[in-house]
Each structure stands twice: as C-alpha cells, then as structure tokens.
Design a protein around this ligand. Structure first.
Ligand SMILES: NC(=O)c1ccc[n+]([C@@H]2O[C@H](COP(=O)([O-])OP(=O)(O)OC[C@H]3O[C@@H](n4cnc5c(N)ncnc54)[C@H](OP(=O)(O)O)[C@@H]3O)[C@@H](O)[C@H]2O)c1
Length: 368
C-alpha cells in the first residue's frame, strides 16, 4: 500500500510530527487531492495546544485545502487535473496538512480562473463560517442565487462585526455588503479601517482605544437613518475579556449576538495550556433579553441546500462575482512540511498575524 506524509499532533502541547499514512483510492463521490496550498487557523492552535473538541492522537490538522485532483471516484463531479479548494476537516483523511486528502466532492469547489490556489485557500474555513453563521445563527436569508431586486428585510438594523479585520470578519462584512446591508460597524486595529470600509463597513472603531463602547454609542445616536441600537452582533474573536465582555456592554435587550466558539478565557502562552469554554454566556453580564448564540460551523452540513451548494457553487461564484476578495496572505516559509506547520502554529499562538491568513505550501511544485 502506498503512503504519504501527514502533519499530526501526537500529545497535548507536544511539537508536531510527520507520520506516513496510507494513501487511499477514492470511492463514490470522493476525490483524492494533492494538497498544494493550505492555511493554518486558530483551530489548529486550539487543538494542538488546547486539545479543543475531541482530539484523538495522532490527529491530523488543517482544514483548508487547495490542490489538484489526482484520482476521482466513479460518481465524483471533479476529474483528474481539476484545481479545487475546500473546507475539509471531518477525519484524518480529509485534513489538509498532508500530501493527499480524500474528501467527498461536496466539500470542494473549482478554483476560478484568475485566482491562485494560494489566494483561494484563504476562503474555505472563513467563507463557510461567515455564511453558516449569518444564515443559521444570525437568521439572515442570503437567498441564492440572489434576486436582482433583493433588499434585505433587516436593512435598517445595525450590525456590529467585532474583529472585522480577522480572517473571518473580512468575509462577514463583504458578504453582508453584497446582499445590500449598509448599517455595518466593525471593530479592528486602525490600520485596517480603510479596507474594511471599502468592504462595506459604514464606520470602524479601534478596539484597542480603551472604552470603544462610548464612541460606538455616540456614532449610533448621531445616525439619521436606521434604528439606534445594535440589533445584531457577530463576535469573530471569541475572547472573553477582549470581545465577549465588551460586546455585552454595548448591546441591549432585543439584540442577537453570535459568538464564534470557543470563548478563549486564557491564551496559550509559553508552557501554559490555553483555557476555553463553549458557553458564551458563562461569567458574562449579558443584559436581559439579549439572545446569545455560540457558533459551531462544523454543523453546516446539516443544511442540505448548503451541503450541496455552498462549497461546490456559491464559494467559487463569490470570487468570480467579486462578492468577496481573498484574505491577504502571509506565506509561512520553511524547509520542510513539518517546519512550515510548526512555524504557523507558533505565529498564531503569538498572535503575530494581523488582517491576513497564514498560508503555506504542502506539495512542492511538481511533486507527485
Ligand atoms: N466556531 C466556529 O465555527 C469558528 C469558525 C471559524 C473561526 N472560529 C474562531 O474564531 C476566532 C477567529 O478566527 P480567525 O481565523 O478569524 O482569526 P484570525 O484571522 O487569526 O484573527 C486575527 C485578528 O484578530 C484581531 N483581534 C484580536 N483580538 C481582538 C479583539 N480583542 N478585538 C477585535 N479584534 C481582535 C486582530 O485584529 P487587528 O490586527 O486589527 O488588531 C487580527 O487581525 C478563532 O478563535 C477561531 O477558532 C470559530
């Protein structure tokens, strides 16, 4: 049986390792993809250093795949040679930090002409998260295909995207703008405000400037159009002290708040395990009448329409139509697969990434 290398976590907080795993022939609607580019996301840190969710050692990491189909099952919609990208995460075979991943075709879309795999791989986790959160937890319709005369019913309501410069936050804002939402405000470091306003934010606030709630309330009370309270808030950061509590201070009764889980209580610092909770209400003084929802994107496949369309059709179309542009990319360099994977985890842990997604090569060019 042939084998290929996969990056795995082998024990809580231990250095990553590369193991040889078996290379399987795809069945049914599955394809085998030679992973050329992948992304590292905070979930890799949460799992490798914090053991978040169920981690069974040795466990593969990575959920963003961009690569070339090298073998396809008899019912797969993609053929050998197709360039594809997708959110692949449910098993070690699907995980993306390995030379080959095997996944059903519904988890993948074709990389549109004019985009590189390095750019495309910034989408899957973020785009699916934003779409799922908006439709499932926030309750917006996002009809697909979008009717030409579509006007969102929530047009006058104010939407707060906390952490607008995060990889996910950028997609939330862009998707909302494309669907016609105008009353969007975001928090982000000052250096990202121009970009987020181009993406669709009516105003941005620097979350580092102390009490950001004051300027947000002042801004809302000065608006002539729309209502003056935040009706929807999306927490793209999930830090109890850094985002959840500050949001609880600015929302009032009637608001819906979607928090991307986990809520981080303590970051992973040198030799110290991070602390998380999956309860966004725990130890936070939410005003009465605020509906708080903890987001788990991994459930998006429960929606049959999205399972069939989100990655195969909507995600590639979002790039082609200009609904979204990819995140900026910081390319993680390193001599080996293991070096790149380990370095990416360290960069994320130290929060060295601002307004961009970490991406790195898996298969080298021409590697079979
Ligand atoms: N539950 C789910 O389904 C799900 C799905 C996807 C992601 N997530 C979680 O969501 C979180 C974010 O993921 P990501 O990939 O978007 O992260 P990311 O791109 O790595 O986030 C980095 C950004 O976070 C911003 N930031 C850090 N602390 C902040 C704060 N207190 N307030 C506002 N902005 C802050 C920084 O902004 P500046 O550079 O502007 O300072 C930086 O640009 C992670 O914990 C991830 O695990 C959950």
């Amino acid at each position: 049986m042939s084998t290929h290398p996969q990056v795995v976590t082998v024990a809580l907080g231990a250095p990553l390792e590369v193991r040889q795993v078996s290379t399987r022939r795809p069945k049914g609607n599955e394809v085998r993809v030679r992973v050329e580019w992948t992304a590292s996301t905070p979930l890799d840190v949460h799992q490798a250093l914090g053991g978040l969710l169920v981690v069974k050692y040795p466990q593969g990491l990575g959920d963003g795949t961009a690569g070339t189909v090298v073998s396809s099952g008899p019912n797969a919609r993609y053929q050998v040679g197709d360039k594809v990208f997708g959110f692949t995460w449910r098993s070690n075979e699907e995980k993306s930090h390995q030379l080959y991943c095997v996944a059903p075709d519904i988890l993948l879309g074709k990389v549109p002409r004019g985009f590189t795999m390095q750019q495309a791989v910034t989408l899957p986790n973020n785009f699916v998260t934003a779409w799922h959160t908006l439709t499932s937890d926030v309750g917006f319709e996002l009809p697909w295909p979008k009717p030409n005369d579509y006007v969102p019913p929530e047009l006058d309501e104010w939407i707060l995207v906390w952490g607008g410069s995060s990889s996910t936050g950028q997609f939330f804002i862009q998707i909302l703008k494309w669907y016609g939402y105008k009353n969007i405000i975001a928090t982000a470091g000052k250096q990202h405000h121009d970009r987020l306003q181009r993406y669709g934010a009516a105003a941005c606030f620097d979350y580092r400037s102390g009490n950001v709630g004051g300027p947000i309330s002042d801004f809302l009370s000065q608006q002539h159009q729309g209502k003056h309270n935040i009706r929807y808030a999306i927490d793209c950061i999930g830090s109890r002290a850094g985002s959840v509590k500050p949001i609880a201070e600015v929302v009032r009764s009637g608001a819906t708040v979607a928090v991307l889980l986990p809520v981080i209580i303590a970051d992973a610092v040198d030799n110290q395990k991070p602390v998380y909770t999956l309860d966004a209400e725990e130890d936070v003084a939410w005003a009465e009448g605020v509906e708080v929802r903890g987001v788990r994107t991994h459930f998006w496949l429960d929606n049959n329409f999205l399972a069939e369309k989100l990655q195969t059709e909507i995600m590639p179309a979002a790039l082609e139509l200009g609904m979204v542009e990819p995140n900026e990319q910081v390319v993680v360099e390193g001599r080996t697969l293991l070096e790149r994977a380990q370095k990416a985890i360290e960069m994320l842990r130290r929060r060295e990434v601002s307004g961009a997604r970490l991406v790195w090569r898996v298969a080298e060019e021409g590697e079979e």
